[in-house]
Design a protein around this ligand. Structure first.
Ligand code: FEO
Ligand code: CA
Ligand code: CA
Length: 638
């Protein structure tokens, strides 16, 4: 069994356990950040699963999976890949993808119609759908937009068309790509497949919340039709050929023209505020004005399923997967045929979820799978561990109306309410508050799952965010990756075992405590805030960061945001790529032959930082998808 393989690595490295005990000892006594303090230490050291959690990755044996030479940290305004690799831009924000769309004009004066035919801003999660040997579709999220770059007036003189333009810079872009004879890739500007999905595209609400009173608005008395998707963070892909786009910080687009508007506890839990965050959508589009339409926000914060092969298809919001600030949707088909989707809610102290479909996947009839995400059961994770332990057991707690206290008396009238207010349902059942769950990735061959917990400055400081288990550090600046093995290798099982694959940290600034990171973190590979992750077919775990790029103090020596590759069996981690100034690296997908990797560079030059990526010179920085190849055409990472 896979877990035993990992355990073998841990046992082999048990010799390092005493070092780790010292680390924990100091961490506990100096900082007092592990629950129970000194009294718990005996238990902690006796059981010491930390030794396995961290030692599994201690001084890793040379990885057979990782075949490239690690690169150093960088503060350069460029995308750097290892020796023997090359990287070229595929498409940047504003490049035309629909017939008749104009070329990008960096003045910021183009109107909403131009943007609606161009690649959206701030590329994020993406998936590749093969069409033939050398052609494919890319479906790509465009998470948000930066008004300072989008408009010539930098957002200071907004008009109704400017809001439409901003809405068109959001959403999803679908376009055809082609591999050229020399192995490089281009996008096809006029392909009939190309499509822009924006904050104004017609969509259908499906599942338990569709049609519920809480989903009805003045513009849609049916509660089943909604306009658009925005703040599309990461993604998922189904084996029946559809794309999943995940709505994350949807709350930030709602505000009130009447500052005295009363907001209820549900709105507050989802971070909805009367004060505008700068988008100014409520001033020009009534459905975003909380004083005029209080329920539109209930129609956002979902996972949306899109058929990229049919540009006329209606995207479907899948309410059975719950409403929260969705990061990605990591989908797998369990051996028993059920579709399992792991889902993170990216907010400090929020939760990790799992959806299990009611129906079963039919490998012989793709059309029969089309609505598998419409009906099923949502669960939320509860992690258990003895005081100070960095591994333990966990359970998936069902979020079904009438069970686990999800009753009318506790404020849940029906299943639709449980889904619309999934965060509150998770609290009701005692789910573990996590350090910002970002992407989840399911191993392609083995029954193991990883999730990035990116960072959490509130850990240990706010009520309800106790230090311990998979969230072991107060004021967690660096983040960690938790992994779990479903009981009996069954993703639909209620129980799992967990540990930490890596605890990010800075061993040149800290020593003798967990802020130095687990022992698979060194001055050569250190990073902070792991965010995007994905396994390739061989089981390499690719890690992308969205963290502090100051390269100073706690982050000295880490440089710009970066991409790393881990061998999950040995725990070895090597730095594979570094991004340009003030970017985040997010979004990855591979060609079916694994010889091309597509990587997203988001928000280079954010907050007025000096980036001119990718064109250089004095050009405006633009979010861009990079195509990474090996000079010899070999498998990426091998
Ligand atoms: Fe869009 Fe949690 O990152
Ligand atoms: Ca992210
Ligand atoms: Ca992030």
């Amino acid at each position: 069994m896979l877990k035993d393989q990992y355990q073998g690595d841990a046992d082999r490295l048990q010799d390092n356990a005493s070092d780790l005990e010292t680390i924990v000892d100091k961490a506990v006594s100096r900082r007092g950040f592990l629950r129970g303090g000194a009294a718990a230490m005996g238990l902690f050291l006796a059981a010491n699963p930390l030794a396995q959690a961290v030692a599994a990755a201690t001084k890793p044996a040379a990885s057979k999976l990782l075949g490239f030479s690690a690169i150093p940290a960088s503060t350069a305004d460029t995308f750097v890949v290892p020796d023997g690799y090359n990287a070229q831009p595929l498409i940047s924000w504003g490049d035309p993808i629909l017939r008749g769309a104009p070329a990008f004009d960096e003045s910021g004066s183009q109107n909403s119609a131009a943007q609606a035919g161009q690649f959206g801003d701030n590329t994020d999660g993406m998936s590749l759908f093969p069409l033939s040997e050398d052609r494919a579709l890319l479906a790509v999220n465009n998470e948000y937009t930066n008004y300072k770059l989008l408009f010539d007036h930098k957002g200071k003189a907004m008009t109704a068309d400017d809001v439409k333009k901003a809405q068109a810079a959001h959403g999803v872009s679908v376009f055809e790509i082609k591999q050229n004879a020399d192995g490089s890739w281009s996008y096809l500007k006029d392909s009939a497949y190309n499509r822009r999905i924006t904050a104004n595209t017609h969509m259908e609400l499906t599942g338990p919340a569709a049609g519920h009173d809480l989903m009805k608005t003045k513009a849609d008395p049916t509660g089943k039709k909604v306009l658009g998707t925005f703040n599309n963070c990461a993604n998922g892909q189904t084996p029946w050929g559809t794309y999943l786009t995940c709505e994350e910080n949807f709350n930030g687009y709602f505000s009130s023209t009447d500052e005295n508007v009363k907001l209820d506890a549900h709105q507050k839990r989802y971070g909805i505020k009367a004060k505008d965050k700068g988008y100014q959508w409520s001033s020009f589009d009534e459905r975003f004005d909380l004083s005029k339409e209080s329920q539109e926000a209930n129609r956002h914060g979902w996972v949306v399923e899109i058929d990229p092969f049919d540009p006329n298809s209606t995207p479907k919001k899948r309410t059975a997967l719950g409403r929260f600030k969705h990061e990605n949707a990591a989908l797998t088909i369990d051996d028993n045929g059920h579709v399992v989707v792991y889902l993170g809610d990216d907010e400090r102290g929020e939760h990790l979820y799992k959806f299990v479909s009611k129906g079963k996947y039919n490998a012989n009839d793709m059309r029969a799978n089309r609505d598998l995400l419409e009906e099923g059961t949502l669960f939320v994770a509860r992690f258990n561990a003895a005081d100070g332990e960095l591994k333990g057991k966990g359970e998936w707690v069902e979020l079904t109306h009438g069970k686990n206290g999800l009753t009318k008396a506790n404020g849940f009238a029906d299943q639709a309410s449980v889904m619309i207010f999934a965060r509150e349902a998770a609290t009701q059942v005692g789910a573990t508050t996590m350090d910002r769950p970002e992407w989840v990735a399911v191993h392609p061959n083995n029954k193991v799952v990883c999730c990035t917990l990116t960072n959490n400055k509130h850990r240990g400081k706010k009520d309800g965010q106790p230090v311990g288990g998979p969230n072991p550090r107060i004021n967690n600046k660096y983040g960690q990756i938790v992994r779990w093995w479903p009981a009996n290798g069954d993703h639909t099982a209620a129980e799992f075992d967990w540990d930490l694959l890596v605890i990010a940290g800075n061993p040149t600034v800290h020593s003798g405590n967990l802020y130095a990171g687990s022992t698979n973190v060194s001055d050569e590979n250190m990073f902070n805030s792991p965010d995007g992750i994905g396994f390739d077919q061989a089981g390499r775990l690719w890690i992308q960061t969205d963290g502090n790029y100051s390269n100073a103090k706690d982050f000295a020596g880490m440089g710009n945001n970066q991409m790393l590759c881990a061998d999950p069996q040995t725990g070895e981690i090597r730095r594979f790529a570094t991004g340009p100034v003030a970017c985040e690296i997010t979004g990855l997908t591979f060609s079916p032959d694994q010889r091309t990797m597509f990587v997203g560079i988001q928000h280079p030059g954010e907050k007025d930082k000096p980036s001119h990526f990718p064109a250089g010179g004095n050009s405006k920085p633009r979010s861009t998808i990079m195509v990474v190849r090996r000079n010899d055409g070999g498998i990426i990472g091998a």
